[in-house]
Design a protein around this ligand. Structure first.
Ligand SMILES: C[S@@+](CC[C@H](N)C(=O)[O-])C[C@H]1O[C@@H](n2cnc3c(N)ncnc32)[C@H](O)[C@@H]1O
Length: 400
């Protein structure tokens, strides 16, 4: 990252030139912010900052800056297109349609912009309750760029549920399950978005979801969603104990935690329900054993075997926690460590539209208390969810 010396003499235009010449987005962002600190009305700096945020995948921030440019009456087609795309990516579909409309006054929409506009228009109509009309009108709005309607429906389901538009998402979820009644993934997501009383994620959902996701998992979680739970939780564990005879990575997935646990463990095992995730973990050549099994069943088969059980982003697939807490306790030796992450909610446990569970701190404490003493709890952002941080916590307990 290039240095940006400020001897106090640089003015807004100088910062603007530095921003435009910057070789990376972090340097450009700082220079645009300096320019705006000198002159908050410098529209070129607002536009540049908006573009920079867009390039950093900070779409909400990008939309805010670009809106300022539009409000100042300085918008052109390029700004309309970028604003339309940014608003689409943060789920503001009707505002996205307006922004694309601005661009289309001076040039016809085409390619990705036309596809994005047609989807935004369709999803905005669905949110307004005109679901059937929205689907019927889609081909006319998308023109030559029309995508297969099942793709528009499937992506719409994901976006509308992620951004809290439940009625529209439920409608699309019912279309999807009618087309594929045996789809365990869709069935569970429909339960989640409809708020049905479910107390665990069905194993068939977990296996199918992660088998499909395995190949792109590391890149998506680490580079796109900023997931750092494995290393942060391993560091937290080490504050209490830095050496274990046999550690179990529970729901090890592709083995992101493996490199952080390997130096701590004489023997390192992993277990997971997804065969494809385990294949990725196998490639790391870091675990002594990897087992394809359901977590509760696996723990039950190894009484008093482990002195560390490490569950990064795994309890989110369990709603009720008493059975898993008890199974972990029985598989741990006395004084053994259990480390786990959860997503947070305010009361008991809740199935989120994402299909994962969130847990309240006092509920977690109640389930842990019969078996474990709490050594440490740390509040963290688990990963991005619908472009905002998913709040959660890391726990380290000791077996009583
Ligand atoms: C979000 S991934 C996290 C993977 C890994 N722990 C990490 O931090 O990168 C959750 C993993 O838990 C596994 N999983 C969920 N429920 C499970 C269960 N009941 N038994 C075994 N594995 C499970 C999934 O297959 C998936 O690989």
């Amino acid at each position: 990252m290039a240095e940006l010396p400020d001897n106090g003499a640089a003015d807004a235009q100088t910062w603007l030139s530095r921003a435009a010449a910057a070789g990376d987005v972090a340097t450009a962002e700082r220079a645009y912010l300096q320019a705006l600190a000198h002159d908050a009305n410098l529209i070129d700096a607002r536009f540049g900052l908006g573009v920079t945020y867009f390039r950093s995948a900070r779409y909400g921030d990008a939309a805010r800056e670009l809106q300022t440019v539009v409000s100042a009456g300085a918008a052109d087609a390029a700004i309309g297109l970028l604003l339309g795309k940014s608003l689409y990516l943060v789920g503001q579909f009707s505002e996205s349609v307006e922004a694309f409309g601005l661009a289309s006054r001076s040039m016809p929409l085409q390619g990705d912009s036309l596809r994005c506009y047609a989807r935004a228009r369709t999803y905005a109509m669905m949110i307004a309750g005109k679901t059937g009309d929205a689907l019927a009108d889609y081909p006319a709005h998308a023109g030559v760029e029309a995508e297969p309607i099942d793709v528009v429906i499937r992506d719409g389901f994901g976006l509308l549920s992620a951004y809290g538009h439940r009625a529209a998402a439920i409608y699309l979820g019912e279309l999807l399950i009618a087309a594929k009644p045996g789809d365990a993934v869709q069935r569970h997501l429909n339960d989640a978005v409809a708020g049905r009383a479910v107390d665990h994620v069905p194993p068939a959902y977990v296996a199918a979801h992660f088998d499909a996701f395995a190949e792109g998992f590391d890149d998506k979680l680490v580079n796109v969603l900023g997931y750092r739970v494995p290393e942060r939780m391993a560091a937290l564990v080490q504050r209490h104990c830095a050496s274990f005879d046999h550690a179990l990575d529970l729901g090890c997935g592709t083995g992101l935690a493996g490199a952080h646990l390997r130096p701590l463990a004489g023997k390192l095992s992993g277990v997971d329900l997804s065969a494809r995730m385990l294949e990725q973990a196998e490639r790391r050549r870091i675990y002594d054993t990897l087992t394809h099994a359901e977590a509760l069943a696996h723990l039950g088969a190894y009484p008093v075997e482990f002195d560390l059980v490490f569950a990064a982003d795994t309890l989110i697939y369990f709603g009720k926690l008493d059975a898993i807490m008890s199974a972990v306790a029985q598989a741990l030796s006395s004084g053994g460590i259990f480390a786990a992450s959860v997503e947070s909610t305010s009361n008991g446990f809740a199935l989120l539209p994402s299909g994962r569970f969130a847990h309240a701190d006092d509920y977690v404490a109640r389930c842990a208390y019969p078996h474990f003493e709490l050594l440490e709890r740390e509040a963290v952002d688990i990963r991005l969810e619908a472009n905002a941080p998913a709040k959660g916590a890391l726990y380290v307990w000791q077996r009583r």
